[in-house]
Design a protein around this ligand. Structure first.
Ligand code: NAD
Ligand code: TYD
Length: 355
């Protein structure tokens, strides 16, 4: 069995769903269910004994210690984090609490558990930390993409807190010998993405007839990866990554935000045309830029390809079409997020059901 943290969020939920679609190995899923945690993402697993959901905080050392002792997972995959840059600008404290203090407490609970294992189990155990390319800072337009050797230059409270967590993970390996792996991935997109991030926000706003807010000139570049490709990379690193190593994960899909929004609008024009026949792109509006906005991210993913044989399965064109179609097919999921009803799911599914 494996312990996943943050498995009710966007990437974590995709990871848990894909894991259980491809393996019989059970998952304990520890999630605090912050605003970004949506237990409804996991509704298809209701009644599946391979999925054990635990509502709790990675910073709760005694809870984590109890889960580790009780279930004896062979690995921990840490997705749990505060993840939205704009929220980190308005309120950095939660980011330090979960991403830094929470990771510290999780590492300590895992280390104490790991020390109780016998030699073979200790050798096989893994702690995989899921991180971001944003720790590397911003690239000049013609600079080469980030390799694993790139200096850490985080610019937002979010990326600074993730950088701190990466350093803790590294130190727990070098100092205590904890068998860690770290992945630094570029921007993800796909099903179950909370509509505060660029791509789902644009889809949801477009369909609701609302403005599509572009920060600044819209020429900031991100390197987009379909979420299921990120999940396959994590599975590959967990299975074959070298302990203590970091792996950059990316889709070789650098695109300016404005291109992304035009692509989304074009797909919606084709799949769900506006009643007045106009393009959704007429809803684009330029708004004040994000403070400290990083201009460009790009991942050099050659190490994971060369050493572990991983490559993304989707191109941007196939992945974005699937994503737009998923949002069109899941109007109820979107409505529950918008009304806040997704927060009732945990009550129905886990609290009332236990009565
Ligand atoms: P998300 O915000 O959608 O989900 C985060 C999940 O963690 C939520 O379910 C939330 O309830 C849970 N959580 C938050 N604080 C917690 C705590 N203290 N204890 C337990 N659970 C807690 O984020 P995401 O986009 O799925 O990102 C997952 C991870 O991947 C993060 O570590 C993020 O930094 C990293 N990452 C994200 C991207 C991206 O594009 N979204 C890219 C690279 C790396
Ligand atoms: P986001 O999805 O928040 O991811 P990140 O900041 O982690 O890269 O934003 C992606 C890009 O889109 C980023 O350059 C900011 C920009 N953006 C907008 O222009 N408008 C928006 O409403 C949002 C949410 C983001």
């Amino acid at each position: 069995m494996i312990l996943v943290t943050g498995g009710a969020g966007f990437i974590g939920a995709n990871f848990v769903l894909d894991w259980l679609a491809g393996s019989q190995e059970p998952v304990i899923n520890l999630d605090k269910l912050t605003y970004a945690g949506n237990a409804e993402n996991l509704s298809s697993l209701a009644g599946d004994a391979r999925h054990i959901f635990v509502h709790g905080d990675i910073g709760d050392a005694s809870l984590v210690a109890r889960l580790l002792a009780e279930h004896q997972p062979r690995a921990v995959v840490n997705f749990a984090a505060e993840s939205h840059v704009d929220r980190s600008i308005h309120g950095p404290e939660d980011f330090i609490q979960t991403n830094v203090v929470g990771t510290l407490r999780l590492l300590e609970a895992v280390r104490h558990h790991w020390l109780t294992l016998d030699d073979l189990e200790r050798e096989a155990f893994r702690f995989l930390h899921v991180s971001t390319d944003e720790v590397y800072g911003s690239l000049a337009p013609d600079a080469p993409a980030f390799t694993e050797e790139h200096v850490y230059e985080p610019n937002s409270p979010y990326s600074a807190s993730k950088a701190a967590s990466d350093h803790l993970v590294r130190a727990w390996h070098h100092t205590y010998g904890l068998p860690v792996l770290t992945t630094n991935c570029s921007n993800n997109y796909g099903p179950h993405h909370f509509p505060e991030k660029l791509i789902p926000l644009m889809i949801v706003n477009a369909l609701a007839g609302k403005p599509l807010p572009i920060y600044g000139d819209g020429m900031q570049v991100r390197d987009w990866l379909y979420v299921k490709d990120h999940c396959s990379a994590i599975r590959r690193v967990l299975a074959a990554g070298e302990v203590g190593e970091t792996y950059n994960v990316g889709g070789w899909n650098e695109k300016p935000n404005l291109d992304i929004v035009h692509t989304v609008c074009g797909l919606l024009d084709e799949l769900r045309p506006r009643a007045d026949g106009q393009s959704y792109s007429t809803q684009i509006t330029y708004v004040k830029d994000r403070p400290g906005h990083d201009r460009r991210y790009a991942i050099d993913a050659r190490k994971i390809e060369r050493e572990l044989g991983w490559k993304p399965a989707e191109t941007f064109e196939t992945g974005i079409r699937k994503t737009v179609q998923w949002y069109l097919d899941h109007a109820e999921w979107v409505a529950h997020v918008q009304t806040g009803a997704y927060r009732d799911w945990v009550q129905t599914q886990y609290v009332d059901a236990a009565k």
